[in-house]
Write a protein that binds this ligand. Structure first.
Ligand code: EPU
Length: 429
């Protein structure tokens, strides 16, 4: 199993190209199930989760072709994929697949909408919380699907097709908003989603579905209107830049000091995290080509932050922020409100010398003047990268184990950080 070895202490200087967003690419790829014509996606990040989803979609009958490189293109730009679901050969998504990547549960939306049936395994437990699927089930029932749970699977049927309706989510859910939007795109009549997730990835999916022929208004607000159509067709869409990757590298620069251009990043979808970073002591400026992050030798200030659905502070940056404020001059409070168990990084950061105390859903982080390198590991993607950030500032050597978590969501992390002066390398087993 690969590991990442970091020798801390170097500032970061240079340019980091931001990749296409994992959490946009996954639902966009799943949307290919809605049409027999080809969906072409540009700027798809080369990630383990994307590779896994290609295999899962292949099982349902999606033909996935990767475009060859064009002249002048290098490994730094994302892939272009042609996804063609000419015929759906299987409407079942088995446990072996769904348990390895939760987002693959989302195929339930397009499958029931296009084929009138789907049998998708319940995803099961997850390292960051229980993550039930009740809100997906309620939403699909609202659109007229019959749903049973049988042998650990959600069995959905709508032999005469789905029918538009009003879907009111009792809490904000990104996944169930994606799925309802995809299902309603092919339902008869109008669907209104209330208390919809407003994440930029929802807007990206809505834009792609619109190019495919869907009629969607209001994506990015709490109320989305979808007028169902009979069929969707071919389209070409470029995956939006990854706001979590951007925020992660911005925090790394704030941690180590230095001056880095996050190329291709979009400040408009990162307002809250960038505001928090400024409070901590980083200098942030938007340029035509991306976001510039700088910090000189000055100390870091503590912050009080609560995670919340967009436009609030993202739970997917909570672990990275915690690593950063481990070295602040004072005490920070970080409250996690989205997932009940997203603090696995706390014990690992403690191994590097952090002083963090948990009080229910609040982490109380007392800044320390130095972190010291150690062996660490984590059980999810964002927790793992928080250990990389801490390692960049720790004295001596940090080895992050279980790198496959990082490979699920960060493209070529050691190259991107190494290119800016970090002493970081991958140790292959
Ligand atoms: N929830 C329910 N019932 C449901 C669905 C969700 O109770 O039927 C709960 C969840 O357990 C959670 C909350 O609602 O407590 C919000 O979950 P949401 O559905 O919004 O999350 P998700 O769609 O499963 C996506 C991202 C996550 C990100 C969250 C929140 C993808 C592939 N995943 O998950 O990303 O943390 O939204 O923003 O888009 C990551 O990339 O590391 C990651 C975990």
């Amino acid at each position: 199993m690969d590991r990442i070895r970091i020798v801390g202490g170097n500032p970061l200087n240079g340019t980091i190209a931001i990749s296409g967003a994992k959490n946009a690419a996954l639902p966009l790829m799943i949307a290919s199930l809605l049409t027999e014509e080809t969906l072409t996606l540009d700027n798809v990040p080369r990630l383990a989760d994307v590779a896994m989803l290609k295999r899962i979609l292949g099982n349902h009958g999606v033909d996935c072709m990767v475009h060859g490189k064009r002249a002048g293109q290098n490994g730094l730009s994302g892939e272009t994929l042609d996804l063609t679901a000419g015929a759906i050969v299987d409407t079942t998504a088995p446990y072996e697949m769904v348990s390895r990547m939760r987002a693959s549960f989302w195929v339930i939306g397009p499958l029931i909408a296009r084929m009138g049936q789907a049998r998708v395994s319940l995803p099961g437990g997850c390292a960051i919380g229980t993550r039930p699927v009740d809100l997906f089930i309620e939403a699909l029932k609202c659109l007229g699907a019959d749903i049973d749970i049988d042998g650990g699977n959600v069995v959905a049927r709508a032999p005469r097709g789905l029918v538009g309706n009003r879907v009111v989510f009792p809490r904000v859910t990104v996944g169930a908003t994606h799925v309802t939007m995809m299902a309603a795109a092919l339902a008869r009549g109008e669907t209104v989603i209330e208390n919809a997730a407003r994440e930029p990835e929802i807007v990206d999916l809505a834009q792609c579905l619109t190019k495919m022929g869907a009629r969607i208004a209001g994506a990015g607000t709490a109320t989305i209107h979808i007028e169902g159509v009979d069929r969707l067709g071919a389209a070409r869409h470029s995956v939006m830049p990854d706001r979590i990757e951007t925020g992660t590298y911005a925090m790394a620069v704030a941690m180590t000091g230095g001056d880095v251009l996050l190329e291709g990043a979009s400040p408009a979808i990162l307002e809250k995290p960038l505001q928090v970073l400024s409070e901590v002591g980083a200098e942030i400026s938007a340029t035509n080509s991306g976001i510039h992050v700088r910090r000189n030798g000055a100390g870091l200030s503590p912050v009080d932050v609560v995670t919340a659905p967009f436009p609030g502070f993202p739970t997917d940056l909570q672990a990275q922020l915690m690593a950063l404020v481990c070295r602040a001059q004072g005490t920070s409070h970080i409250r996690e409100t989205i997932f009940e168990n997203r603090f696995m990084h706390v014990q690992e950061l403690a191994r590097l010398g952090a002083d963090i105390h948990l009080d229910g859903q609040v982490a109380i982080v007392r800044g320390v003047s130095r972190l010291r390198g150690a062996q660490v590991m984590a059980t999810d993607l964002r927790a793992s990268v928080s250990l990389v950030i801490a390692g960049l500032a720790a004295e001596g050597e940090t080895v992050v184990n279980r790198v496959y978590h990082l490979d699920r969501g960060f493209e070529r992390i050691e190259e991107k950080l190494g290119g800016c002066g970090a002493a970081i390398e991958r140790l292959t087993a």
